[in-house]
Design a protein around this ligand. Structure first.
Ligand code: NAD
Length: 471
Protein backbone atom coordinates (compact mmCIF):
# COMPACT_ATOMS: atom_id res chain seq x y z
CA UNK A 1 0.00 0.00 0.00
CA UNK A 2 1.02 3.61 -0.41
CA UNK A 3 1.09 6.57 1.93
CA UNK A 4 -0.94 9.73 1.44
CA UNK A 5 1.27 12.81 1.16
CA UNK A 6 0.26 16.24 -0.15
CA UNK A 7 -2.81 14.84 -1.87
CA UNK A 8 -1.09 11.93 -3.66
CA UNK A 9 -0.72 8.24 -2.92
CA UNK A 10 3.05 7.96 -2.70
CA UNK A 11 5.36 4.96 -2.84
CA UNK A 12 9.04 4.69 -1.87
CA UNK A 13 11.93 2.47 -2.74
CA UNK A 14 12.39 1.44 0.89
CA UNK A 15 9.49 -0.53 2.36
CA UNK A 16 8.30 -1.87 5.68
CA UNK A 17 6.83 -5.37 5.64
CA UNK A 18 3.57 -5.80 7.52
CA UNK A 19 3.61 -9.30 8.99
CA UNK A 20 0.74 -11.50 10.10
CA UNK A 21 1.64 -12.14 13.77
CA UNK A 22 0.07 -15.60 13.72
CA UNK A 23 1.95 -17.18 10.81
CA UNK A 24 4.65 -14.66 9.94
CA UNK A 25 3.43 -14.24 6.34
CA UNK A 26 3.83 -10.84 4.66
CA UNK A 27 0.36 -9.24 4.49
CA UNK A 28 1.51 -6.21 2.51
CA UNK A 29 4.24 -3.58 2.43
CA UNK A 30 4.13 0.17 3.07
CA UNK A 31 6.66 2.89 2.24
CA UNK A 32 9.30 3.62 4.88
CA UNK A 33 8.60 7.32 5.35
CA UNK A 34 11.14 9.75 6.85
CA UNK A 35 11.73 13.38 7.68
CA UNK A 36 11.44 14.75 4.13
CA UNK A 37 8.07 12.99 3.66
CA UNK A 38 6.84 14.39 6.96
CA UNK A 39 7.92 17.89 5.93
CA UNK A 40 5.92 17.62 2.67
CA UNK A 41 2.94 16.17 4.52
CA UNK A 42 2.92 19.06 7.00
CA UNK A 43 3.18 21.55 4.14
CA UNK A 44 0.19 19.84 2.49
CA UNK A 45 -1.74 19.87 5.76
CA UNK A 46 -1.22 23.64 6.07
CA UNK A 47 -3.06 23.93 2.73
CA UNK A 48 -5.66 21.36 3.81
CA UNK A 49 -6.34 23.37 6.94
CA UNK A 50 -7.47 26.35 4.85
CA UNK A 51 -10.02 24.15 3.10
CA UNK A 52 -11.21 22.64 6.38
CA UNK A 53 -11.76 26.09 7.84
CA UNK A 54 -13.96 27.04 4.89
CA UNK A 55 -16.34 24.09 5.48
CA UNK A 56 -19.50 24.63 7.48
CA UNK A 57 -20.26 22.54 10.56
CA UNK A 58 -22.97 20.82 8.56
CA UNK A 59 -20.53 19.90 5.78
CA UNK A 60 -18.11 18.42 8.29
CA UNK A 61 -20.99 16.52 9.88
CA UNK A 62 -21.90 15.09 6.48
CA UNK A 63 -18.34 13.94 5.68
CA UNK A 64 -17.96 12.14 9.01
CA UNK A 65 -21.43 10.58 8.83
CA UNK A 66 -20.70 9.32 5.30
CA UNK A 67 -17.42 7.80 6.54
CA UNK A 68 -19.34 6.01 9.27
CA UNK A 69 -21.80 4.64 6.68
CA UNK A 70 -19.02 3.51 4.34
CA UNK A 71 -17.31 1.75 7.24
CA UNK A 72 -20.50 -0.18 7.81
CA UNK A 73 -20.57 -1.15 4.12
CA UNK A 74 -16.95 -2.31 4.16
CA UNK A 75 -17.05 -3.85 7.65
CA UNK A 76 -15.85 -7.30 6.65
CA UNK A 77 -12.95 -5.99 4.57
CA UNK A 78 -11.73 -3.90 7.51
CA UNK A 79 -12.21 -6.79 9.95
CA UNK A 80 -10.11 -9.10 7.77
CA UNK A 81 -7.35 -6.48 7.51
CA UNK A 82 -7.32 -6.06 11.30
CA UNK A 83 -7.09 -9.79 11.91
CA UNK A 84 -4.19 -10.06 9.51
CA UNK A 85 -2.15 -7.08 10.64
CA UNK A 86 -2.74 -7.20 14.43
CA UNK A 87 -3.48 -10.89 14.92
CA UNK A 88 -6.64 -10.05 16.87
CA UNK A 89 -9.40 -12.63 16.59
CA UNK A 90 -11.97 -12.11 13.87
CA UNK A 91 -14.60 -11.54 16.58
CA UNK A 92 -12.48 -8.82 18.19
CA UNK A 93 -11.77 -7.33 14.77
CA UNK A 94 -15.47 -7.06 13.87
CA UNK A 95 -16.12 -5.46 17.25
CA UNK A 96 -13.42 -2.89 16.56
CA UNK A 97 -15.01 -1.97 13.23
CA UNK A 98 -18.45 -1.65 14.88
CA UNK A 99 -16.95 0.65 17.50
CA UNK A 100 -15.22 2.73 14.83
CA UNK A 101 -18.57 3.21 13.07
CA UNK A 102 -19.89 4.65 16.34
CA UNK A 103 -16.81 6.82 16.91
CA UNK A 104 -17.34 8.50 13.53
CA UNK A 105 -21.06 8.85 14.15
CA UNK A 106 -20.51 10.53 17.53
CA UNK A 107 -17.88 12.82 16.05
CA UNK A 108 -20.19 13.77 13.17
CA UNK A 109 -22.80 14.84 15.72
CA UNK A 110 -20.20 16.78 17.73
CA UNK A 111 -19.35 18.78 14.58
CA UNK A 112 -22.76 20.45 15.05
CA UNK A 113 -22.28 21.22 18.73
CA UNK A 114 -19.16 23.38 18.94
CA UNK A 115 -20.53 26.22 21.03
CA UNK A 116 -19.12 29.36 22.57
CA UNK A 117 -20.46 31.60 25.35
CA UNK A 118 -21.17 35.25 25.99
CA UNK A 119 -18.86 37.09 28.40
CA UNK A 120 -20.48 39.50 30.90
CA UNK A 121 -17.93 42.29 30.43
CA UNK A 122 -19.95 44.66 32.59
CA UNK A 123 -19.05 42.49 35.58
CA UNK A 124 -15.54 44.01 35.57
CA UNK A 125 -15.14 47.67 36.58
CA UNK A 126 -13.79 49.53 33.56
CA UNK A 127 -15.11 47.04 30.99
CA UNK A 128 -18.80 48.16 31.08
CA UNK A 129 -18.71 49.56 27.58
CA UNK A 130 -17.80 46.24 26.04
CA UNK A 131 -19.90 43.36 24.90
CA UNK A 132 -18.49 40.06 23.78
CA UNK A 133 -18.37 36.34 23.51
CA UNK A 134 -15.97 33.55 22.73
CA UNK A 135 -15.99 30.95 19.98
CA UNK A 136 -14.00 27.76 19.60
CA UNK A 137 -11.58 27.63 16.66
CA UNK A 138 -9.52 24.69 15.34
CA UNK A 139 -6.04 24.24 16.81
CA UNK A 140 -4.61 23.92 13.28
CA UNK A 141 -2.40 21.14 11.95
CA UNK A 142 -2.48 18.19 14.34
CA UNK A 143 0.12 15.41 14.42
CA UNK A 144 -1.50 12.07 15.35
CA UNK A 145 0.67 9.10 16.36
CA UNK A 146 -1.00 5.79 17.10
CA UNK A 147 -0.15 2.32 18.52
CA UNK A 148 -0.53 -1.15 17.03
CA UNK A 149 -3.29 -2.59 19.16
CA UNK A 150 -6.44 -0.80 17.92
CA UNK A 151 -5.18 0.51 14.59
CA UNK A 152 -8.62 1.51 13.34
CA UNK A 153 -10.63 2.77 16.31
CA UNK A 154 -7.76 4.60 18.01
CA UNK A 155 -6.94 6.31 14.71
CA UNK A 156 -10.65 7.20 14.48
CA UNK A 157 -10.53 8.70 17.99
CA UNK A 158 -7.97 11.17 16.66
CA UNK A 159 -9.10 11.81 13.08
CA UNK A 160 -12.86 12.06 13.60
CA UNK A 161 -12.91 14.74 16.34
CA UNK A 162 -10.03 16.59 14.64
CA UNK A 163 -12.10 16.92 11.45
CA UNK A 164 -15.30 17.62 13.41
CA UNK A 165 -13.46 20.66 14.76
CA UNK A 166 -12.09 21.69 11.30
CA UNK A 167 -8.43 20.75 11.83
CA UNK A 168 -6.07 19.10 9.36
CA UNK A 169 -4.13 15.98 10.45
CA UNK A 170 -0.82 14.33 9.68
CA UNK A 171 -1.19 10.72 10.86
CA UNK A 172 1.74 8.42 11.63
CA UNK A 173 0.20 5.00 12.26
CA UNK A 174 2.09 2.20 14.05
CA UNK A 175 4.67 0.58 11.79
CA UNK A 176 3.32 -2.91 12.58
CA UNK A 177 -0.31 -2.08 11.67
CA UNK A 178 -0.63 0.74 9.11
CA UNK A 179 -3.01 -1.00 6.65
CA UNK A 180 -6.42 -0.33 8.19
CA UNK A 181 -5.44 3.33 8.74
CA UNK A 182 -4.62 3.67 5.03
CA UNK A 183 -7.95 2.06 4.11
CA UNK A 184 -9.67 4.53 6.43
CA UNK A 185 -7.89 7.38 4.64
CA UNK A 186 -9.39 6.10 1.37
CA UNK A 187 -12.89 6.18 2.88
CA UNK A 188 -12.44 9.71 4.22
CA UNK A 189 -11.48 10.95 0.75
CA UNK A 190 -14.43 9.07 -0.77
CA UNK A 191 -16.65 10.80 1.79
CA UNK A 192 -15.59 14.21 0.53
CA UNK A 193 -12.87 15.23 3.00
CA UNK A 194 -10.66 17.92 1.41
CA UNK A 195 -7.76 15.96 -0.07
CA UNK A 196 -4.99 17.69 1.84
CA UNK A 197 -6.80 17.68 5.20
CA UNK A 198 -5.48 14.19 5.83
CA UNK A 199 -1.89 13.13 5.37
CA UNK A 200 -0.71 9.63 6.24
CA UNK A 201 3.03 9.02 6.60
CA UNK A 202 3.94 5.40 7.25
CA UNK A 203 7.24 4.68 8.95
CA UNK A 204 9.09 3.98 12.18
CA UNK A 205 8.79 6.11 15.29
CA UNK A 206 12.30 7.57 15.25
CA UNK A 207 12.28 8.20 11.49
CA UNK A 208 8.75 9.48 10.83
CA UNK A 209 7.17 10.10 14.26
CA UNK A 210 10.00 12.20 15.69
CA UNK A 211 10.16 14.77 12.83
CA UNK A 212 6.38 15.17 13.07
CA UNK A 213 6.62 15.87 16.80
CA UNK A 214 9.43 18.38 16.28
CA UNK A 215 7.86 20.31 13.35
CA UNK A 216 6.93 23.83 14.54
CA UNK A 217 4.04 24.08 12.03
CA UNK A 218 2.28 21.27 13.91
CA UNK A 219 0.22 22.92 16.66
CA UNK A 220 -0.80 19.83 18.63
CA UNK A 221 0.34 16.25 19.11
CA UNK A 222 -2.24 13.64 19.96
CA UNK A 223 -0.42 10.45 20.87
CA UNK A 224 -1.50 7.01 22.02
CA UNK A 225 1.23 4.55 22.94
CA UNK A 226 3.65 3.60 25.69
CA UNK A 227 4.79 5.76 28.58
CA UNK A 228 8.40 5.55 27.36
CA UNK A 229 7.53 7.00 23.95
CA UNK A 230 5.21 9.55 25.59
CA UNK A 231 8.15 10.86 27.64
CA UNK A 232 10.32 11.20 24.53
CA UNK A 233 7.55 13.06 22.74
CA UNK A 234 7.02 15.58 25.53
CA UNK A 235 10.72 16.37 25.59
CA UNK A 236 10.83 16.92 21.80
CA UNK A 237 7.58 18.74 21.09
CA UNK A 238 8.37 22.25 22.24
CA UNK A 239 5.46 24.71 22.39
CA UNK A 240 2.57 22.52 21.30
CA UNK A 241 -0.70 21.37 22.71
CA UNK A 242 -0.49 17.78 23.81
CA UNK A 243 -2.84 14.90 24.51
CA UNK A 244 -1.18 11.68 25.65
CA UNK A 245 -3.02 8.37 26.06
CA UNK A 246 -0.41 6.08 27.57
CA UNK A 247 -0.29 2.65 29.15
CA UNK A 248 -1.38 1.15 32.44
CA UNK A 249 -1.17 -1.88 34.72
CA UNK A 250 -4.86 -1.66 35.50
CA UNK A 251 -6.19 -3.02 38.75
CA UNK A 252 -9.46 -4.53 39.88
CA UNK A 253 -10.63 -4.98 43.49
CA UNK A 254 -12.94 -7.86 44.45
CA UNK A 255 -14.61 -7.29 47.84
CA UNK A 256 -16.03 -10.14 49.92
CA UNK A 257 -19.56 -8.81 49.32
CA UNK A 258 -19.07 -8.52 45.53
CA UNK A 259 -20.68 -10.72 42.88
CA UNK A 260 -17.80 -13.19 42.63
CA UNK A 261 -19.22 -15.07 39.67
CA UNK A 262 -19.63 -11.88 37.64
CA UNK A 263 -16.19 -10.63 38.68
CA UNK A 264 -14.59 -13.93 37.58
CA UNK A 265 -16.48 -13.94 34.27
CA UNK A 266 -15.53 -10.33 33.46
CA UNK A 267 -11.88 -10.76 34.51
CA UNK A 268 -11.59 -13.93 32.40
CA UNK A 269 -12.43 -11.67 29.43
CA UNK A 270 -10.76 -8.40 30.41
CA UNK A 271 -7.38 -9.91 31.17
CA UNK A 272 -7.08 -11.87 27.96
CA UNK A 273 -8.90 -10.16 25.10
CA UNK A 274 -6.49 -9.15 22.36
CA UNK A 275 -3.95 -11.35 24.16
CA UNK A 276 -3.80 -8.79 26.97
CA UNK A 277 -2.55 -6.09 24.61
CA UNK A 278 -5.10 -3.48 25.63
CA UNK A 279 -4.13 -0.37 27.57
CA UNK A 280 -6.94 -1.14 30.05
CA UNK A 281 -6.36 -4.89 30.22
CA UNK A 282 -6.89 -6.28 33.73
CA UNK A 283 -3.39 -6.92 35.06
CA UNK A 284 -3.57 -6.68 38.85
CA UNK A 285 -6.47 -8.22 40.76
CA UNK A 286 -6.80 -7.77 44.52
CA UNK A 287 -9.26 -10.11 46.24
CA UNK A 288 -10.41 -9.83 49.87
CA UNK A 289 -8.93 -12.75 51.78
CA UNK A 290 -12.23 -14.28 52.99
CA UNK A 291 -13.32 -15.00 49.40
CA UNK A 292 -9.92 -15.51 47.80
CA UNK A 293 -10.13 -19.31 47.35
CA UNK A 294 -13.76 -19.22 46.22
CA UNK A 295 -12.94 -16.56 43.65
CA UNK A 296 -10.05 -18.60 42.24
CA UNK A 297 -12.26 -21.67 41.99
CA UNK A 298 -14.56 -19.66 39.79
CA UNK A 299 -11.88 -17.88 37.75
CA UNK A 300 -9.40 -20.65 36.91
CA UNK A 301 -11.79 -22.92 34.91
CA UNK A 302 -13.04 -19.93 32.92
CA UNK A 303 -9.53 -18.94 31.91
CA UNK A 304 -8.62 -22.57 31.22
CA UNK A 305 -11.53 -22.72 28.77
CA UNK A 306 -10.23 -19.87 26.60
CA UNK A 307 -9.23 -21.22 23.21
CA UNK A 308 -5.80 -20.05 22.08
CA UNK A 309 -4.78 -20.13 18.42
CA UNK A 310 -5.55 -18.97 14.91
CA UNK A 311 -7.24 -15.55 15.10
CA UNK A 312 -8.99 -16.11 11.76
CA UNK A 313 -11.05 -18.95 13.30
CA UNK A 314 -14.41 -17.91 14.71
CA UNK A 315 -13.98 -20.05 17.85
CA UNK A 316 -10.62 -18.58 18.94
CA UNK A 317 -10.66 -16.48 22.12
CA UNK A 318 -6.98 -15.54 22.41
CA UNK A 319 -4.84 -14.88 19.34
CA UNK A 320 -1.09 -14.23 19.09
CA UNK A 321 0.86 -11.32 20.51
CA UNK A 322 2.16 -8.72 18.07
CA UNK A 323 5.59 -10.38 17.69
CA UNK A 324 7.78 -13.05 19.21
CA UNK A 325 9.84 -10.52 21.14
CA UNK A 326 6.72 -9.33 22.97
CA UNK A 327 5.77 -12.93 23.86
CA UNK A 328 9.33 -13.66 24.98
CA UNK A 329 9.30 -10.59 27.25
CA UNK A 330 6.05 -11.75 28.85
CA UNK A 331 7.62 -15.17 29.44
CA UNK A 332 10.72 -13.58 31.02
CA UNK A 333 8.59 -11.45 33.36
CA UNK A 334 6.55 -14.46 34.46
CA UNK A 335 9.71 -16.53 35.06
CA UNK A 336 11.29 -13.69 37.03
CA UNK A 337 8.20 -13.35 39.23
CA UNK A 338 8.29 -17.10 39.91
CA UNK A 339 11.94 -16.80 40.95
CA UNK A 340 10.94 -13.99 43.31
CA UNK A 341 8.37 -16.22 45.04
CA UNK A 342 5.18 -15.82 42.99
CA UNK A 343 3.06 -18.96 42.42
CA UNK A 344 1.82 -20.05 39.03
CA UNK A 345 -1.88 -20.95 38.90
CA UNK A 346 -2.23 -21.46 35.17
CA UNK A 347 -0.37 -21.04 31.87
CA UNK A 348 3.09 -19.58 31.54
CA UNK A 349 3.86 -21.28 28.22
CA UNK A 350 5.05 -19.50 25.10
CA UNK A 351 4.99 -20.90 21.54
CA UNK A 352 6.49 -18.35 19.15
CA UNK A 353 4.00 -15.42 19.17
CA UNK A 354 1.38 -17.30 21.21
CA UNK A 355 1.39 -16.78 24.96
CA UNK A 356 -1.03 -18.92 26.92
CA UNK A 357 -3.42 -17.21 29.36
CA UNK A 358 -1.52 -17.02 32.61
CA UNK A 359 -2.60 -16.55 36.22
CA UNK A 360 -0.23 -15.98 39.13
CA UNK A 361 -0.63 -15.26 42.80
CA UNK A 362 1.55 -13.97 45.64
CA UNK A 363 3.37 -11.69 43.21
CA UNK A 364 5.80 -9.47 45.18
CA UNK A 365 5.56 -5.70 44.67
CA UNK A 366 9.09 -5.44 43.31
CA UNK A 367 8.27 -7.64 40.29
CA UNK A 368 7.67 -6.10 36.86
CA UNK A 369 4.36 -7.95 36.80
CA UNK A 370 3.20 -5.79 39.69
CA UNK A 371 4.85 -2.46 39.00
CA UNK A 372 5.03 -2.20 35.18
CA UNK A 373 2.70 -2.73 32.25
CA UNK A 374 2.92 -6.36 31.09
CA UNK A 375 0.76 -5.87 27.95
CA UNK A 376 0.29 -9.65 27.65
CA UNK A 377 -2.35 -12.23 28.66
CA UNK A 378 -1.05 -12.36 32.23
CA UNK A 379 -3.10 -11.57 35.35
CA UNK A 380 -1.84 -11.54 38.94
CA UNK A 381 -4.24 -12.15 41.82
CA UNK A 382 -3.10 -11.09 45.27
CA UNK A 383 -5.08 -10.95 48.51
CA UNK A 384 -5.85 -8.04 50.84
CA UNK A 385 -7.61 -7.50 54.19
CA UNK A 386 -9.29 -4.05 54.15
CA UNK A 387 -10.60 -1.71 51.47
CA UNK A 388 -8.10 0.90 52.57
CA UNK A 389 -5.25 -1.53 51.94
CA UNK A 390 -6.72 -2.45 48.52
CA UNK A 391 -6.95 1.20 47.48
CA UNK A 392 -3.30 1.72 48.49
CA UNK A 393 -2.31 -1.33 46.42
CA UNK A 394 -4.18 -0.02 43.37
CA UNK A 395 -2.55 3.40 43.76
CA UNK A 396 0.89 1.82 44.14
CA UNK A 397 1.54 2.23 40.42
CA UNK A 398 3.25 4.72 38.13
CA UNK A 399 0.05 4.57 36.05
CA UNK A 400 -3.54 5.73 36.52
CA UNK A 401 -5.84 4.95 33.59
CA UNK A 402 -8.88 3.03 34.86
CA UNK A 403 -9.71 0.73 37.78
CA UNK A 404 -12.58 -1.56 38.75
CA UNK A 405 -14.22 -2.66 41.99
CA UNK A 406 -16.77 -5.42 42.60
CA UNK A 407 -18.85 -4.75 45.71
CA UNK A 408 -22.45 -4.46 46.88
CA UNK A 409 -21.54 -1.81 49.45
CA UNK A 410 -22.34 1.67 48.12
CA UNK A 411 -20.25 3.44 50.74
CA UNK A 412 -17.17 1.36 49.87
CA UNK A 413 -17.76 1.85 46.17
CA UNK A 414 -17.85 5.63 46.55
CA UNK A 415 -14.82 5.61 48.81
CA UNK A 416 -12.92 3.72 46.11
CA UNK A 417 -14.21 6.10 43.42
CA UNK A 418 -12.94 9.09 45.41
CA UNK A 419 -9.58 7.70 46.47
CA UNK A 420 -8.32 5.68 43.52
CA UNK A 421 -6.06 7.86 41.36
CA UNK A 422 -7.20 7.10 37.81
CA UNK A 423 -9.15 8.64 34.94
CA UNK A 424 -12.12 6.27 35.36
CA UNK A 425 -13.47 4.02 38.14
CA UNK A 426 -15.77 1.17 37.11
CA UNK A 427 -18.06 -0.10 39.87
CA UNK A 428 -19.09 -3.73 39.43
CA UNK A 429 -17.14 -3.75 36.20
CA UNK A 430 -13.57 -4.39 35.08
CA UNK A 431 -11.25 -1.49 34.20
CA UNK A 432 -11.31 -2.71 30.61
CA UNK A 433 -14.74 -1.20 29.99
CA UNK A 434 -14.88 1.64 27.48
CA UNK A 435 -17.81 3.13 25.61
CA UNK A 436 -16.48 5.32 22.83
CA UNK A 437 -18.33 8.52 23.75
CA UNK A 438 -17.30 8.60 27.41
CA UNK A 439 -14.40 10.79 28.59
CA UNK A 440 -11.43 8.47 28.43
CA UNK A 441 -7.85 9.03 29.53
CA UNK A 442 -5.47 8.82 32.42
CA UNK A 443 -3.56 10.55 35.18
CA UNK A 444 0.04 10.06 36.38
CA UNK A 445 2.08 7.94 33.91
CA UNK A 446 -1.05 7.13 31.90
CA UNK A 447 -0.95 10.60 30.37
CA UNK A 448 -3.26 13.60 30.14
CA UNK A 449 -6.07 14.88 27.97
CA UNK A 450 -9.31 13.04 27.32
CA UNK A 451 -10.64 11.23 24.27
CA UNK A 452 -14.24 10.46 23.37
CA UNK A 453 -15.44 12.76 20.55
CA UNK A 454 -16.97 15.51 22.71
CA UNK A 455 -13.89 15.72 24.93
CA UNK A 456 -11.39 15.37 22.10
CA UNK A 457 -13.13 18.21 20.24
CA UNK A 458 -12.59 20.37 23.34
CA UNK A 459 -8.88 19.41 23.35
CA UNK A 460 -8.58 20.07 19.61
CA UNK A 461 -10.08 23.56 19.65
CA UNK A 462 -8.98 26.80 21.20
CA UNK A 463 -10.98 29.63 22.67
CA UNK A 464 -11.03 32.87 20.71
CA UNK A 465 -12.51 35.86 22.49
CA UNK A 466 -14.29 38.55 20.48
CA UNK A 467 -15.21 41.85 22.09
CA UNK A 468 -17.12 44.90 20.81
CA UNK A 469 -16.53 48.38 22.14
CA UNK A 470 -19.97 50.02 22.35
CA UNK A 471 -19.12 53.53 23.61
P1 NAD B 1 4.78 2.58 21.21
O1 NAD B 1 4.92 3.69 22.18
O2 NAD B 1 5.92 1.67 21.01
O3 NAD B 1 4.42 3.15 19.75
C1 NAD B 1 3.31 3.97 19.55
C2 NAD B 1 3.57 4.86 18.34
O4 NAD B 1 4.62 5.77 18.63
C3 NAD B 1 3.97 4.12 17.08
O5 NAD B 1 3.33 4.69 15.97
C4 NAD B 1 5.48 4.36 17.03
O6 NAD B 1 6.02 4.28 15.74
C5 NAD B 1 5.56 5.77 17.58
N1 NAD B 1 6.87 6.17 18.10
C6 NAD B 1 7.82 5.38 18.66
N2 NAD B 1 8.89 6.12 19.02
C7 NAD B 1 8.61 7.40 18.68
C8 NAD B 1 9.33 8.63 18.80
N3 NAD B 1 10.54 8.69 19.34
N4 NAD B 1 8.72 9.77 18.35
C9 NAD B 1 7.49 9.73 17.82
N5 NAD B 1 6.78 8.60 17.67
C10 NAD B 1 7.33 7.45 18.10
O7 NAD B 1 3.46 1.76 21.64
P2 NAD B 1 2.88 0.41 21.03
O8 NAD B 1 3.78 -0.72 21.40
O9 NAD B 1 2.52 0.58 19.60
O10 NAD B 1 1.50 0.33 21.83
C11 NAD B 1 1.42 -0.20 23.10
C12 NAD B 1 1.33 0.89 24.15
O11 NAD B 1 0.25 1.77 23.86
C13 NAD B 1 1.01 0.32 25.51
O12 NAD B 1 1.78 0.98 26.47
C14 NAD B 1 -0.46 0.63 25.68
O13 NAD B 1 -0.91 0.67 27.00
C15 NAD B 1 -0.56 1.95 25.01
N6 NAD B 1 -1.95 2.23 24.65
C16 NAD B 1 -2.64 3.21 25.33
C17 NAD B 1 -3.97 3.47 25.02
C18 NAD B 1 -4.76 4.54 25.72
O14 NAD B 1 -5.78 4.95 25.19
N7 NAD B 1 -4.35 5.01 26.87
C19 NAD B 1 -4.59 2.73 24.02
C20 NAD B 1 -3.87 1.75 23.37
C21 NAD B 1 -2.54 1.51 23.68
Amino acid sequence: MKMLVAGDWVDKEEKIEVLNPYNGSVVDTVPRGEGSDVARAVEGAVEGLKEMKSLTSYERYEILKRTSELLTDYKERFAQTLTQEVGKTITEARREVDRTVQTFLWASEEAKRIYGETVPFDAAPGAETKMGFFIRVPVGVIGAITPFNFPLNLVAHKLAPAFAAANAVVLKPAEQTPLSAIQLGELLLLSGLPRQAIQIVTGFGEEAGDPLVADPRVRMITFTGSMETGKKITSRAGLKKMALELGSNSACIVMRDGDLERAAERISRGGFSLAGQTCISVQRVFVQEEVFDKFLQSLIPKVKNLKVGDPAEESTDVGPMIDEEAAKRAKDWVDLALEEGAKLLLGGEQEETLFHPTLLTEVPKNCNLFSKEVFAPVVMINRFKTLEEAIDLVNDSPYGLQAGIFTRDLKGAFEAARKIEVGGVMINEIPTFRADHMPYGGVKGSGFGREGPRFAVAEMTEIRLISFELS
